[in-house]
Design a protein around this ligand. Structure first.
Ligand code: DAT
Ligand code: MG
Length: 151
């Protein structure tokens, strides 16, 4: 299998609303493997680094205030096609446009409180994993289920 890794974070609204287990279970049941996980309250400066691509957007300041407003559950998930399909599980950026069955479609209502982040491509996945985690925090292990998921 062509394994890839993506950075997934449950934002402060998802944590405060008690949606951690619900969200993790969707990635876990799909067949992806959890490589790293931690609960952190990012500083505003850290949030600005995470969202640096959006610094010219009018909502950038509010977005960074929001991300640094409480605990964020940061994770790395591994699997074949996990970057692109992880985004499908998450749904469109604006929950008003997310399909039912997606995380944002089922669990969020407005774009400013869309509960979850997922890397949008291989380069951002690599950069975001490196920003949020030390290499030693990534746990490599053999999953017993792997041969049943990939054949
Ligand atoms: P995504 O999180 O789906 O990758 P993005 O990278 O374009 O979306 O934007 C990052 C976050 O910024 C997004 O999850 C919510 C917020 N955001 C995006 N567009 C917005 C808008 N028009 N108004 C308010 N917040 C917005
Ligand atoms: Mg994005």
């Amino acid at each position: 299998a062509e394994m890839e890794r993506t950075f997934i974070a449950i934002k402060p609204d998802g944590v405060q609303r008690g949606l951690i287990a619900e969200i993790i279970s969707r990635f876990e049941r799909k067949g992806y493997k959890l490589m790293a996980i931690k609960l952190v309250v990012p500083t505003k400066e850290f949030a600005q680094k995470h969202y640096h691509d959006l610094k010219e957007r009018p909502f950038f300041d509010g977005l960074c205030d929001f991300l640094s407003s409480g605990p964020v559950l940061a994770m790395v998930w591994e699997g074949e096609g996990v970057i692109k399909y992880g985004r499908k599980l998450i749904g469109a950026t604006d929950p008003q446009k997310s399909e039912p069955g997606t995380i944002r479609g089922d669990l969020a209502v407005v774009v400013g409180r869309n509960i979850i982040h997922g890397s949008d491509g291989p380069e951002t996945a690599k950069d975001e994993i490196a920003l949020w985690f030390e290499p030693s925090e990534l746990v490599s292990y053999t999953s017993n289920a792997e041969k049943w998921i990939y054949g």
